[in-house]
Ligand binder design. Sequence first.
Ligand SMILES: Cc1cc2nc3c(=O)[nH]c(=O)nc-3n(C[C@H](O)[C@H](O)[C@H](O)COP(=O)(O)OP(=O)(O)OC[C@H]3O[C@@H](n4cnc5c(N)ncnc54)[C@H](O)[C@@H]3O)c2cc1C
Length: 417
Amino acid sequence: MTKPQVIVVGAGLAGSLLAALLGQRSVKTLVLESRRDPRKHGSQGGRSINLALSTRGRTALARAGLEATVVSDGMPMAARLMHDRQGNLTRQPYAKDEQQAILSVGRSRLNATLLEAAEHTSSVEFRFQQKVTGLRDDGKAVQLGKECLEADLIVGADGAGSVVRQSLEALKCCQSVTEPLGHAYKELELPPRQGRHALDPAALHIWPRGGEMAIALPNPDGTFTGTLFFANETFDRLKNEAEARDHLQTHYHSMLQHVPDFDKQWSNNPVGFLGTLRVDQWHHGNTVLIGDAAHAIVPFYGQGMNAAFEDVRRLDELHAAGVNNLPEVLFQERKPNADAIAEMALMNFVEMRDHVGDPMFLNRKALERKLGRWIPKMFTPLYDRVSFSNQPYADALRHGKRQDQLLRRLQSLGLGR
Ligand SMILES: Cc1cc2nc3c(=O)[nH]c(=O)nc-3n(C[C@H](O)[C@H](O)[C@H](O)COP(=O)(O)OP(=O)(O)OC[C@H]3O[C@@H](n4cnc5c(N)ncnc54)[C@H](O)[C@@H]3O)c2cc1C
């Protein structure tokens, strides 16, 4: 390829969707990816196996003509199903319109769909096993060891450990800080039982235990992917399979009973880090960061990928419109929204782990849904704004805070009981 118009660093979820969109507009695009092609060699370990896809992600996929394909590969989840310690279940619909659902989609299949869509256009070239090592000082070329590749636009879509971001930091163009959550995660597969899903496949399952929790999302092959979210000290304290099994037996019995090979999975599956990455500037020269490279967040709102896809959609729209100084324009628009979803994801961690079993909270949620149905023009629940709309995250958060105050006031007056 002669000089590309755009270089995308990273062919993960954001990078490959961006490549597909640019390719469809015949923009000459070079994608550099450090891994081997995951379609030929399997996907990398240590990443979440499935993800909740919601409206923002779907809107971006629709722009690339891929929404229907991805949706047909996914499992709709219309509600949260809470499991208490006694094994009782409480169902909480996600949206005021109970027909609406978030979707559980497999990461590797989604990534393959995006790579294929990009490759299908004749304007995109992928180079796998090409690890970008940095940026040229002017931000107008990427370095691959001694090789230097220039482009009119360079997009750092290289994930939470982004080398592009580290390069911007080394050039004193930005500062970043990663705030650890203090909790980490471990995934467990729940196999099918008698050929069928072991739990209700139309819901996202939660075992809230105050201070820690577990969740499980369905997969089309009849399995569930469960995730344990424990404090770092708890992972440290559970020294072997027997201690871990005891912990699950005591607190997560109704999950553990569906994991027959628990000991093997506990010892084989890695513990993953969770934290919030804050970056004060995402651009320099022709370069801009998107997705986790710019704003990795904790996964409790199911929005990291959705936010990354929204970055991609806006980048493509601005590029198609021929906007001058795209890196800065994109940063100015997206940064307040990235900050807002980072805050909401942390709020949702506390909600999921501590409150979803609390009667006052459940009562407030029910009241929120009722208001959403009675006065839909005036009252849209925060979850609907975040997951079932494309309203900017910062606006959703502002409205959500105001509405929460109102709900608490109504509750204190005895309404909604
Ligand atoms: C446990 C967990 C659960 C999650 N659940 C959800 C969910 O339900 N819904 C949701 O929306 N989000 C979820 N997320 C977040 C989601 O996984 C991320 O937000 C998403 O993967 C970000 O996509 P990305 O393309 O920015 O980065 P990535 O997907 O990390 O892709 C980055 C790519 O860049 C490549 N790369 C890295 N360095 C280089 C280099 N130097 N040169 C070339 N290539 C490089 C990598 O190999 C990779 O392919 C979850 C995250 C976790 C940890």
